[in-house]
Design a protein around this ligand. Structure first.
Ligand SMILES: Nc1ncnc2c1ncn2[C@@H]1O[C@H](COP(=O)(O)OP(=O)(O)OP(=O)(O)O)[C@@H](O)[C@H]1O
Ligand SMILES: [Mg+2]
Length: 220
């Protein structure tokens, strides 16, 4: 791939991320509006939505900086449990209009050394895919733990399975099976995670369950 093609790909990837997170903000603003009308200001859901919007705006800002530089990683020590739970929170608005039981369980915690915004964006992309794989009703589980000096985040869903042939292609840039998909989410996740010494795998996809796993080293 030549430099021009690389820049083109980078630009598309970044705008893809911006769009993802702008849509989160839009959905949360809608929630705030409805809650304000119903209950007034003092409302947990409103407070949570405001926090999520703030976080998403941070991610948007971070993505915009990416347009200027190909290598914009700002790693810092982050609490594993907090970052998984925040990623989970950020993703939940995508379930609107569906009946999805979402569960997140973080067994233990440690410090991981990652670019927080980019790590969060990966968790969001994977959960968003899980939600999109469920037509109307289903279940999503996020189970995270520290084991053997690594953080493991397993994200699973029921719903549409990924055929054996497609499993070879899902991480490729541009591969999508969705009418409005870009085929960038998993490519961005893999690239970002590998740049941070982390890993993204598809553990399995059967008729009953599809499971992705992020593995990130713990900061010693
Ligand atoms: N949890 C999942 N269950 C079933 N299929 C999945 C799952 N995650 C990914 N896929 C498959 O992998 C493909 C690529 O995913 P990817 O996130 O890269 O792109 P996309 O979701 O199609 O579009 P976008 O760029 O908007 O994310 C999807 O189109 C889908 O076919
Ligand atoms: Mg996707």
């Amino acid at each position: 791939m030549n430099d021009l093609e690389l820049i083109k790909l980078q630009t598309r990837c970044v705008s893809h991320e911006i769009r993802n997170h702008v849509s989160i903000c839009d959905m949360y603003i809608e929630i705030i509006k409805r809650n304000m009308e119903r209950d007034g200001y003092d409302n947990k859901s409103v407070a949570n939505a405001i926090e999520c919007i703030k976080k998403s705006l941070k991610i948007i800002g971070n993505s915009l900086i990416d347009l200027k530089s190909m290598n914009n990683y700002t790693p810092q020590n982050c609490d594993f449990k907090r970052i998984v739970e925040e990623g989970f929170q950020l993703s939940t608005p995508y379930t609107q209009g569906k009946n999805i039981e979402m569960k997140c369980f973080v067994k233990n915690t440690a410090q991981i050394y990652v670019d927080e915004n980019k790590f969060l964006a990966c968790i969001v992309n994977i959960i968003k895919n899980a939600i999109e794989a469920i037509e109307i009703k289903g279940e999503i589980n996020v189970i995270a733990e520290i084991k053997d000096n690594h953080g493991h985040i397993r994200i699973s869903n029921n719903g549409k399975m990924i055929s054996k042939e497609k499993q070879k292609e899902i991480f490729e840039e541009g591969f999508t099976t969705k009418p409005t998909g870009c085929g960038l989410g998993l490519h961005i996740c893999k690239t970002n995670l590998e740049a941070q010494n982390a890993e993204l795998k598809l553990n399995k996809s059967t008729r009953t369950i599809t499971e992705f796993e992020i593995i990130v080293p713990v900061n010693e």
